[in-house]
Write a protein that binds this ligand. Structure first.
Ligand code: NAD
Ligand code: UFG
Length: 349
């Protein structure tokens, strides 16, 4: 005789929209959402990713997310998707993220990043959907003498990319202040790095990487001749810049914790996602060399324009509100980034 529970039909899985879900952070978060029992619909215009990431997500998670190739600024598309199936929440990763590019093409950054959020929030409201997790950045703080950076540190981004993120946070705060149905978490990422531990998913920058970790990986794989350390005359213990490197899977876990938080809290909240620890360029290089068992060619170059000396997160709010903290350290970041580079990485077309 089946027990009454056994004869019950399976409850439908809650479904979430992940914009930018074939990108670096969105793809890793999708893996955890699928593992946690959510159905995932990805909308990505593939401007900085490729459709084969959907298959990689399926390989890792054992379930395939739905995928629509489209732009978040296409309101009619979003309206159709929201009408087709009930969505419980939106994770909004889609956006442009290069500081250097934003200095050359600021309009593209405001149009895509700010414009995308306006269209998305309009269509969400129209569909009666008010739960949003947004990808913000530590770059909203600008340069600060007082560390670690708390969520109440002065906001003063130094470039259009950062200003687009701050504009969005302001907009989202205004939205939540005027309609109490909104539940919005703006997650301020510090320096995401690493890859999924399977080696099947990771970061795929187009062209010459700007960021330290993908650059180091390309030096180790022989694609670049040497690492140039951008300055060793900063007021830090070894003279090189200090950042808060956070493993992308820890970051992804922070998003699930944010969704849990929003299930019981309304309004707008900004939360740092970092480790709370700063590491210098040389700390990261040494950790990487330990992991791969050899030294890497490098030389000291001049400071990179616009760089700050040091930046790391105060993580108390994330711990208190989300019950979340990072678990992985520099060695895991380097090990997983290297596994991805040396085994799984496909070049972007
Ligand atoms: P990514 O470029 O790998 O992923 C972003 C994805 O969004 C890409 O797949 C791209 O094709 C897509 N996209 C861009 N504009 C779109 C649009 N208008 N419509 C649909 N899709 C669009 O970047 P990532 O590193 O995964 O970053 C995700 C988010 O986190 C971004 O908003 C970024 O600004 C933010 N962030 C990233 C970092 C970082 O260092 N990686 C740090 C702080 C904040
Ligand atoms: N660095 C080098 N050599 C390189 C690349 C980087 O020495 O080839 C150094 C930088 O000078 C800096 C550190 O490594 O001291 C980290 O640089 P990244 O470019 O990896 O990271 P940033 O902190 O400069 O920038 C990142 C994101 C930005 C975001 C910013 C603040 O890339 O999008 O964090 O959140 F705005």
């Amino acid at each position: 005789m089946p027990t009454p529970e056994m004869s019950l039909p399976e409850a439908p899985r809650p479904r979430v929209l992940v914009t930018g879900g074939t990108g670096f952070i969105g793809s890793h978060t999708t893996v955890l959402l699928l593992a946690a029992g959510y159905d995932v619909l990805i909308v990505d215009n593939l401007s900085n990713s490729t459709a084969d990431v959907v298959g990689a997500i399926e390989t890792v998670a054992g379930r395939r997310p739905d995928f629509v190739c489209g732009d978040v600024r296409d309101g009619a598309l979003l309206a159709r998707l929201f009408a087709r199936s009930a969505i419980a929440a939106v994770f909004h990763f889609a956006g442009l993220k290069s500081v250097a590019e934003s200095l050359v093409s600021p309009l593209d950054y405001y149009a895509n990043n700010v414009g995308g959020v306006i269209v998305l929030c309009r269509e969400m409201a129209e569909a009666g959907l008010h739960t949003l997790v947004f990808s913000s950045s530590a770059t909203v703080y600008g340069d600060s003498d007082t560390l670690p950076l708390t969520e109440s540190s002065p906001l003063d981004p130094a470039q259009p990319y950062g200003r687009s993120k701050l504009m969005i946070e302001t907009l989202l705060g205004d939205l939540a202040a005027t309609d109490s149905r909104w539940r919005i978490a703006s997650l301020r990422y510090f320096n995401p790095a690493g890859a999924h531990e399977s080696g099947a998913l990771g970061e795929r920058p187009r062209g010459i990487p700007n960021n330290l970790m993908p650059y180091l990986c390309q030096v180790a794989s022989g694609e670049r001749p040497e690492l140039i350390v951008h300055g060793n005359d900063y007021p830090t213990p070894d003279g090189t810049g200090i950042r808060d490197y956070i493993h992308v899977m820890d970051l992804a876990q922070g998003h699930l914790a944010a969704l849990d938080y929003l299930n019981t809290h309304s309004g707008f909240v900004a939360i740092n996602l970092g480790t709370g620890r700063g590491s210098s360029v040389l700390d990261l290089v040494h950790a990487f060399e330990r992991v791969i068992g050899r030294t890497l060619p490098r030389r000291i170059g001049p400071r990179r324009s616009g760089d700050i000396a040091a930046c790391w997160a105060a993580v108390d709010r994330a711990r208190e509100l989300l019950g979340w903290q990072s678990e992985r350290g520099l060695d895991a970041i380097c090990r997983d980034a290297w596994r991805w580079t040396s085994t799984g990485r496909r070049p972007q077309p």
